[in-house]
Write a protein that binds this ligand. Sequence first.
Ligand SMILES: C[S@@+](CC[C@H](N)C(=O)[O-])C[C@H]1O[C@@H](n2cnc3c(N)ncnc32)[C@H](O)[C@@H]1O
Length: 226
Amino acid sequence: MLEEAHLRSCDRIIDVGCGTGTLLSWAVSRSPGIKATGVDADRQALHRARRKMPPPNVVNLVVASCYRLPFADDSFDVAFCSLLLHHLDDVEKEATLAEIHRVLAPQGRLLLADYLGIDSSLAKLRFLVVRCLDGWRRTRFALYGHPAVLLRRAGFVDIRETRSWSTPLGPLRCYRATNTRLRRQSCDRAVDDRQHGGGTPCRPYRFLLPAETAQHPGPWRRFTDQ
Ligand SMILES: C[S@@+](CC[C@H](N)C(=O)[O-])C[C@H]1O[C@@H](n2cnc3c(N)ncnc32)[C@H](O)[C@@H]1O
C-alpha cells in the first residue's frame, strides 16, 4: 500500500482503523517529513501503536470512530484504510468512505485494502473463519459487494485495483482512488437514525458542487435534505 501511495515528504496522511500502527510506523520511517495521523476506536491498540513509532514520536494518534472522523474537511493528502471494512456493516462502510472523502483534500488519494471480490468456492471456504469471527452481515460485502461502486458513490474517481494477494483466510485486494472536488450527501444521518432505533437505509446520494456547499455553513454543511 505504501508503494502505491507515492508519498511526498510534505504529505499529510491518515490511517483510518490504524490498529497498532504498523503501516504508520513504516510510513514515517520511509518518509520522515510526512505529517501522520492514526485513528482507531480501540484505545489499547493506539497505546501499542505509540510505542511502535520511531523517534521523534510525532504521529498524531486519535481514538475515534471511523464514520465520525474528528477532522476538518480537506485535512489530508493521503488516506489508508486497511482491513477495516470487513468489521463494518454496509451503512457503516458507506459512512466511513464518505468521511474519508470529506477529510481528504481535492485530488487526495485513498489506498484501501481488504478482503474483497471473493468469488471462488475455495476462497469462500477460507473466508469462513473471518465470517464467523466478524459476523455474517459485516462480511457479506466481501463476497457480493462491488468495491468500485462503493468508492464511486462516496465521491471517488480514478478507481483502480492495484494489487491482490492470497492469504490463508482469503484473497486481499488493494484499491487506489482519487478524491474529487465534489461533495456528497453523507450517510452519517442514516447511521444516526439507526442508532436511535430507526433502522433507516441509506438515502440516495446527491452530489453538491462547492458553490452549493457554501450555502450550508457549519460542520454539517455537506448534508442537505432532498
Ligand atoms: C484488523 S484491524 C486492522 C489494523 C490495521 N489497519 C492493519 O491493517 O493492520 C481492524 C482495526 O479496525 C478498528 N476498528 C474497528 N471498528 C472501528 C470503528 N468503527 N472505528 C474505528 N476503528 C475501528 C479495530 O479497533 C482494529 O484496530
